[in-house]
Design a protein around this ligand. Structure first.
Ligand SMILES: [Zn+2]
Length: 352
């Protein structure tokens, strides 16, 4: 959606940045969009979101998520269960969003985290470079199509900013621009939460790696389908190689890390990546008529149907919630064991 609050908060992403101290990027509203009073750039209202991309092409690294041929996001928003449920629960636990907060989801994808959290806060905005927002997100939360490295918002517009699975797609300049811009749009006592991956590994990988190898052999044998995961990971840069390096980058952009929890997916690898994936694939295959061809896109269309049919049954919903609680044990038991995947909460450091 495009609320009056969103329109009041939006600024021209080219003119509002700190490097352009002469301008503030204030926008003039017209019927079809917004025009920058400083540079004259025009930004269009689209179906349920505002297109805040600058006219010049995105500079720096592009992401496969902008490629329409690679459809990585589900068009339907389902309840937060399994791995997504773990991320959602830790996000709420560490961020503790308040009912008066304005919150920004950077790299929101189809908008699922924004939809799951919008009732807990006053204003929720989802931002993504690709406008593949789900219909439910277009109806319930404010949405903008924009660059995570040039945020189209007034300084101090948000109490909380979060990113889930975004960092690993940015190059080092992108990480710095993203953090500097995030710091700019946050209030002085705001908070920044992120879930991402570095290149670090832990001793628990000795337990996880056999499961991952098994899942790759299952994929080759057609027992599970990891095509979507492969496409996603193909875009990973992991420019920040360790969490220590990330803490240094945060420090340089005016943040201090408050909480750092690691995610060693020991239980998740065996329960979700192997168990659930194999089960879904089996059910999807059973439903298929024998004359159907087995292309990637057909399988992707079959899977949500299976998931929705199963998810409509109370017993399945209960089981999925139970499994999500089980997956949370990975965080509860191993959050102090340094590895690649991490949850981080940071606060702006007092300005000198
Ligand atoms: Zn401008």
């Amino acid at each position: 959606m495009i609320s009056a609050w969103l329109i009041a908060t939006l600024r021209c992403p080219s003119c509002v940045q700190e490097t352009n101290a002469r301008y503030n990027g204030a926008l003039e509203r017209s019927v079809s969009g917004l025009t920058c009073r400083d540079c004259g750039a025009m930004y269009a209202f689209r179906d349920g979101y505002v297109d805040m991309r600058r006219d010049e092409k995105f500079t720096g690294k592009e992401t496969v998520y902008n490629n329409d041929a690679v459809d990585l996001d589900d068009p339907v928003i389902r309840p937060p269960v399994l791995s997504a449920g773990v991320r959602q629960r830790v996000l709420r636990l560490l961020m503790r969003p308040q009912p008066t907060d304005a919150v920004l989801d950077i790299g929101c994808g189809n908008g699922k985290f924004a939809v799951w959290n919008h009732r807990a806060v006053a204003h929720m905005v989802g931002l993504d470079p690709a406008a593949r927002f789900a219909a439910r997100a277009r109806e319930t939360v404010d949405l903008v199509q924009a660059d995570a490295r040039a945020l189209p918002f007034a300084p101090g517009a948000f109490d909380q900013v979060y990113t889930v699975d975004v960092f690993e797609h940015l190059d080092l300049d992108g990480v710095r621009d993203h953090l500097r811009e995030t710091r700019r749009v946050l209030t002085r006592d705001g908070s920044y939460f992120c879930f991402s991956n570095t290149r670090e590994r832990s001793w628990l990988n000795r337990l996880i790696d056999p499961g991952r190898r098994l899942s790759e052999s299952f994929h080759r044998a057609g027992i599970v389908d990891r095509t979507r995961d492969h496409l996603r990971k193909g875009d990973h840069v992991k420019a920040v190689e360790t969490t220590d390096a990330l803490v240094r980058e945060l420090d340089a952009q005016g943040f201090r890390a408050v909480t750092l929890w690691y995610l060693n997916p020991v239980i998740a690898t065996y329960v979700e990546t192997l168990g659930i994936a194999a089960m879904e694939q089996t059910v999807a295959r059973r439903r298929k008529r024998p004359d159907d061809t087995n292309t990637y896109s057909e399988r992707q269309h079959a899977l949500p149907t299976v998931r929705d049919a199963a998810g409509a049954r109370p017993i399945v919903r209960l089981a999925l919630r139970g499994l999500t609680a089980l997956l949370l044990c990975d965080v509860a038991f191993f959050r102090r064991v340094r590895t690649g995947a991490f949850f981080l909460l940071a606060k702006p450091s007092p300005r000198a």
